[in-house]
Design a protein around this ligand. Structure first.
Ligand code: NAD
Length: 482
């Protein structure tokens, strides 16, 4: 049994039964029973379920956002954004008949045509993190089910209620029982999923060490695995950038959702000392003006972090930065909200003179902490995110098109923003980082998602016209198209 907390108060508000292999076996039996008929429906009929699901979720947006916020701690407007970004993938999946069209070549040889079709992989599973309890499950199950699979979702045990509500609404939208199921659990359940012979593909999103292990274990069991990991995204500020806009973008991207986003921007790299000084002077008042509050406070910029352990961890990294010689410019440690003394709040923190050798730079902090790493040249600025162990997202702020273009093409990172601080690709493109931010093949959603959740079958057909094919010795030679 796991406890589900309200991070605003630091109190248990629900319990979740953590399942084991026998729970998974029951879910697999339902999935196996449901999947062939679901796959046999024409894709338009499956898409209709997704259309209805989208309407049902929209109708319950407020209730879902409040539930999400109460377990995660993100403010209500941000919780709505979490659900909305997931729904955008549902909208993409509503177009699945078009996305499933295969390729066709007429006359590949005499009387020979070749065509390919995309078929579902059977049963897929998704293992999701706490920080986007609506969006990330929808990244996965919308596409996986639309192409004809059954799907088993193992959400984070820290905020499992919204994923359960989504699965209920999917059923209400007309999906047959067994097509989308939720199982709860922690490591034991994840290992059962990775080892289960009936699950063909696993999508994981979470921290990098676990992502790597999930990838290793799932691949060793012969599964297709995509495992997205942690991040440490940099924002490069060129001397010609519009600093008012940059400060506005940076505060939102660094502190929104208490920094608990894999596409947050926790490192800013001003290019040149003058840019660094000008930026720092503007950042300090902007950060000091941020309002930290309970997640239902409509005026709060962000709420509590997810757990007491995480609060201690984030504050530990601030202390570590100071020990390593960085300068704590705004210190958010020890914040207590009156009336919510038990809540897990961390004030916004700005740390300057961070250098690439520091461990606090190397590791993901995942809290409301912005680090300044000063670069002297554009080359140094390109090298910083490129050499970092993570390669999820990066942004450059500039008015110079050539610099932006060079940066985008050379930087060793998977998702790039040009004057866009959180470059999360839209649903019909695909999401995925590089290096230790993602293990395995194929990104989330868009056509990469369709590719991940399907297998290609290629058919070569010949309808002889009676004039005869290869005979005698020729039939023993590998056929060529001449
Ligand atoms: P986490 O790695 O602790 O948990 C992710 C999932 O793994 C959960 O479902 C959890 O139950 C399960 N799990 C936990 N311990 C496990 C273990 N030992 N073995 C197997 N499974 C285990 O991550 P989190 O704290 O929930 O989420 C935050 C992390 O996720 C951050 O590192 C963040 O950067 C990352 N994240 C990455 C992306 C991305 O797309 N790259 C998106 C969102 C979050």
């Amino acid at each position: 049994m796991g406890d589900v907390f309200d991070p605003n108060r630091g109190e248990v508000q629900a319990r979740v039964v953590l399942g084991d292999r026998s729970v998974l076996d029951r879910a697999i039996a339902h999935a196996r029973a449901a999947q062939p008929a679901w796959a046999a429906l024409n894709p338009q009929r499956r898409a209709r379920v997704l259309f209805r699901f989208k309407e049902l979720v929209e109708a319950q947006m407020d209730e879902l956002a409040h539930l999400l916020s109460s377990e995660h701690g993100k403010v209500i407007a941000d919780a709505r954004g979490d659900i909305q970004r997931g729904l955008e993938v549902v909208e993409f999946a509503c177009g699945i008949p078009h996305a499933l069209k295969g390729e066709y070549t007429q006359g590949a040889g005499p009387g020979i045509d070749v065509f390919s079709m995309r078929q579902p992989i059977g049963i897929g599973a998704g293992i999701t993190p706490f920080n986007f309890p609506a969006m990330i499950p929808m990244w996965m199950f919308a596409v996986a089910t639309a192409v004809g699979n059954a799907f088993i979702l193992k959400p984070s045990e820290r905020d499992p209620s919204v994923p359960v509500r989504l699965a209920e609404l999917f059923l209400e939208a007309g999906a047959p029982e067994g097509v989308l199921q939720v199982v709860h659990g922690d490591r034991e359940m994840v290992e059962a999923i990775l080892d289960h012979p009936d699950i063909a593909a696993v999508s994981f999103v979470g921290s990098s060490d676990i992502a790597h292990e999930v990838y290793r274990r799932g691949a060793a069991a012969g599964k297709r695995v995509q495992a997205m990991g942690g991040a440490k995204n940099h924002g490069i500020v060129m001397p010609d950038a519009d600093l008012d806009q940059v400060v506005n973008d940076l505060t939102g991207a660094a502190f929104g959702s208490a920094g608990e986003r894999c596409m947050a921007l926790p490192v800013v790299v001003p290019v040149g000392e003058e840019t660094a000084e000008r930026l720092r002077a503007r950042l300090i008042p902007a950060i000091e003006a941020l309002r930290v509050g309970v997640s239902t406070d409509a005026n709060a910029h962000y709420g509590p972090v997810v757990s007491s352990e995480h609060k201690a961890r984030v504050e530990g990294w601030i202390a570590k930065s100071a020990e390593e010689g960085a300068e704590i410019v705004v210190d958010g440690r020890g914040l207590v909200l009156q009336g919510h003394e038990g809540g897990w709040f961390v004030g916004p923190t700005l740390i300057d003179r961070v250098t690439p050798e520091m461990r606090s730079y190397h590791e993901e902090i995942f809290g409301p902490v912005l680090q300044i790493v000063r670069a002297q040249t554009f080359e140094e600025a390109v090298a910083l995110p490129s050499r970092h162990q993570y390669g999820n997202g990066v942004a450059i702020f500039t008015r110079n098109g050539h610099a932006a273009r060079e940066f985008a093409s050379r930087v060793d990172v998977g998702m790039v923003g040009i004057n866009v601080p959180i470059p999360v690709p839209v649903a019909y493109h695909s999401f995925g980082g590089w290096k230790r931010s993602a293990f395995g093949d194929a990104n989330q959603h868009g056509m990469e998602g369709v590719r991940f959740w399907t297998r290609v079958k290629t058919v070569t057909q010949r309808w002889p016209d009676g004039s005869g094919g290869a005979t005698g010795h020729d039939a023993f030679v590998i056929p060529t198209m001449g």
